[in-house]
Write a protein that binds this ligand. Structure first.
Ligand SMILES: Cc1ncc(COP(=O)(O)O)c(C=O)c1O
Length: 368
């Protein structure tokens, strides 16, 4: 077969933007509608419809969504949280900042996701919540996790920053755990520059989160909003109208973007065949959104250099969180995490990767 050629480097990550968005944003400046407004509401409604869940709270980042979720847990002094160490610092820094006691579980090196067996070993009478990350968009099996806990006593928080459009047992992520946090940061499936969404299982939680997102005040009351009483001290976490305008427009492309990520990801699943490259294990009931395509290689340095030579960008994206000084006291031997951290790299799989480029990537990896 003739070898394929490409002339430009294939990027690992790229922000999607709707053509003509600049003009639409300019319009808001002309109208003087910059802070939380009509489009914040419209974007939130679109997301509710997309996820098929009414309890959606639009916020200004995935980190803010996680911060709100942790706040809604209402934890007391002795309460503990179990979380995953292999993620963006956004998952765990809000726990640290709010002085919440937590423990790191290990991850399954075949997926990058929290190991349910490891979580099981860490649960004790003080455990109040479990935080999982759907690494790269591949869901953690939440129904399976629910079977090892008492869901009335222990809440599940899903960091779904990578997992917009992913599914468990045919149901979209956003309908399984108690709190689900999405991100619309620069390089996510859809971006509003920065942005995030908290989805709650309980209506009452979503109602409270809406107060907390803006100083503890209800923005929808008539008259002077500042004359209301504040019962819960809140934050300034709302998504402004500019970012919301962009997010709203992005929703027109969401299905196409995710489908292309999945098309490329599934193509890699079927066609990468090289003993030196290990693919992520995917169970049939878990449908990945393929935000990232992670692989495990013998030597990251060697593989990266080889891919660079072939104009394919690949990188780690995140590292185990306990490498940072602030988490020094949480460091411990975690076999799966060690392995994943040592061998995992991501290759380009996003909406910008054409079928031809996907074939080129496979060809180069199979020749490695
Ligand atoms: C796993 C994970 N969680 C949370 C976040 C934080 O989202 P944001 O940047 O929107 O605060 C990110 C990345 O940005 C992430 O990769």
């Amino acid at each position: 077969m003739k070898s394929l050629n490409i002339n430009k480097e294939i990027k690992l990550l790229k922000p999607h933007y709707p053509i003509g968005i600049g003009k639409k944003v300019e319009e808001l400046f002309k109208l003087g509608q910059l802070t939380e407004g009509k489009f914040s509401e419209k974007f939130e409604k679109k997301l509710s419809k997309y996820l098929n869940n009414d309890n959606c709270v639009l916020v200004n980042s995935g980190t803010s969504a996680l911060t709100l979720a942790y706040r809604l847990l209402n934890l007391k002094n002795k309460d503990e949280v179990i979380t995953t160490p292999f993620t963006c610092m956004a998952t765990n820094e809000p726990l640290y900042n709010d002085k919440i006691k937590f423990k790191f579980c290990d991850i399954d090196p075949k997926t990058g996701n929290a190991s349910i067996e490891s979580i099981k070993k860490l649960i004790n009478k003080n455990t109040k919540a479990i935080v999982v990350v759907h690494w790269g968009g591949l869901p953690v099996d939440i129904p399976k996790l629910k079977k090892i806990i008492n869901p009335k006593k222990i809440k599940i928080i899903e960091d779904a920053a990578h997992a917009l459009g992913a599914k468990i047992n045919k149901k979209k992520i956003g309908n399984h755990g108690d709190y689900i946090c999405f991100s619309f940061q620069a390089i996510k499936h859809i971006t509003s520059g920065d942005g995030g969404l908290l989805v709650c299982k309980k209506k009452s939680d979503a109602k409270k989160a809406k107060l907390l997102r803006w100083f503890g005040l209800n923005r929808n009351v008539k008259g002077n909003k500042w004359l209301q009483d504040i019962k819960y001290s809140g934050y300034k976490f709302h998504l402004n109208n500019i970012a919301s305008r962009i997010g709203y427009e992005q929703m027109k492309f969401v299905n196409k973007i995710i489908k292309t990520h999945q098309r490329n990801g599934k193509f890699f699943d079927r066609n990468i065949k090289n003993k030196k490259v290990q693919l992520i294990k995917k169970n049939k009931n878990l449908i990945s959104s393929y935000w990232l395509y992670s692989i495990l290689v013998d030597s990251k340095k060697k593989f990266k250099a080889y891919m660079k030579k072939n104009k394919i960008e690949c990188d780690e994206v995140s590292f185990r969180n306990d490498r940072y000084t602030i988490f020094k006291k949480y460091r411990k031997k975690l076999k799966g995490t060690d392995y994943f951290n040592k061998h995992m790299l991501n290759i380009p799989t996003g909406w910008w990767v054409s079928k031809k480029e996907a074939r080129y990537i496979v060809e180069k990896i199979n020749k490695y």
